[in-house]
Design a protein around this ligand. Structure first.
Ligand SMILES: Nc1ncnc2c1ncn2[C@@H]1O[C@H](COP(=O)(O)OP(=O)(O)OP(=O)(O)O)[C@@H](O)[C@H]1O
Length: 305
């Protein structure tokens, strides 16, 4: 059974249709990345899944509970971990007190191991916390009761690169022990490293739903060849070559054809050196973020790491 199942989920804020008939599933035991430019509608979906906002059309099920059915959603939420984008902790109390409060409501069977990975200074009042320490406290509270499903809104914002990497490792291990993870993100490198599948939302509509590997395969390879000047025009003209550009002593392009065909073609030329890579995920996703100057999406920063 899918852990999350959206069925025409719609939110009209009265003028702004933030989610427009979204239908997709998050399957058991996968890490699903929910991507989209600023204002695309990610937080709106997440807040509806947690029952914090009411849909104006369609519905969704989380762990089998219809989000319109308050009672069954409350029951399901005991088995869900949630990390909101904005962490509204009581600033006056210590991190330890915050965790005790959450433990009282839902349990804390994994608290000690989480405190070894994420390391906020729990003896200090939350008001003294840096953004990263707040995020870590939030992550501990999201996972401490060993939930079956974890929903997170931009979980790594504010974490330093080392903690981000620890977070990546941690959620991969969580997935391997069977936890299902759904999170929104702007950090493409993180999505590449940890997600099994992604959904991309733009102006409230789902524009892509695909395995990360498939997206990358479909997007071709980035090829950089050093060769004699006279063969460069012929290399640039090969079938399947797009976005070609030359540099002194070589040419680079995206190759969208069959890789063996490229290798056979290249064997006919005097090639000095070659580098074949997956395209950066930025290249793969960038066309979903068209009209960037006309929308709020111009805040999208694909290099945000
Ligand atoms: N309470 C509200 N009332 C009216 N419009 C809203 C409300 N909340 C969000 N919106 C609008 O709905 C759209 C989607 O917003 P949402 O916060 O879901 O996007 P997002 O993808 O999470 O963005 P970001 O990446 O910037 O956090 C935006 O146009 C936003 O301005």
């Amino acid at each position: 059974m899918a852990k999350i199942d959206l069925d025409g989920l719609t939110k009209d804020y009265g003028g702004v249709i933030a989610n427009d008939q979204l239908s997709f599933r998050v399957e058991s035991g996968e890490i699903f990345g929910y991507l989209g430019p600023n204002g695309a509608g990610k937080s709106t979906t997440i807040r509806m899944l947690l029952g914090l906002l009411k849909p104006t059309g369609g519905t969704a099920r989380v762990l089998g509970a219809d989000i319109r059915d308050e009672k069954s959603l409350i029951e399901a939420k005991k088995r869900i971990g949630y990390l909101p984008a904005h962490l509204g902790f009581d600033d006056g109390v210590t991190g330890e007190r915050v965790l005790e409060y959450h433990a009282g409501m839902k349990g804390d069977s994994r608290l000690h191991e989480l405190l070894e990975i994420f390391t906020p200074p729990i003896e200090r009042p939350v008001r003294e916390y840096s953004t990263g320490n707040r995020r870590m406290l939030g992550l501990i509270q999201a996972f401490m009761h060993d939930p079956e499903l974890v929903i997170m809104d931009e979980p790594t914002s504010g974490l330093d690169p080392l903690k981000q990497e620890e977070f990546n490792e941690f959620i991969r291990a969580e997935r391997d022990r069977g936890t299902t993870i759904f999170f929104s993100s702007h950090v493409l490198s993180e999505v590449r490293r940890v997600c099994d599948r992604v959904g991309i939302i733009r102006q409230g509509r789902l524009v892509e739903l695909e395995a990360v590997e498939t997206l990358l395969t479909r997007s071709g390879k980035r090829v950089r060849i050093h060769a004699a000047d006279e063969v460069i025009p012929q290399l640039s003209a090969l079938d399947g070559v797009v976005d070609e550009s030359t540099f002194p002593g070589g040419v680079q392009f995206i190759y969208t054809g069959e890789i063996n065909r490229l290798l056979r073609e290249l064997a006919r030329y005097d090639v000095h050196d070659i580098d074949i890579k997956e395209p950066p995920l930025e290249d793969v996703f960038i066309h979903y973020y068209g009209e960037r100057t006309e929308e709020k999406s111009n805040q999208w920063n694909p290099n945000n790491e």
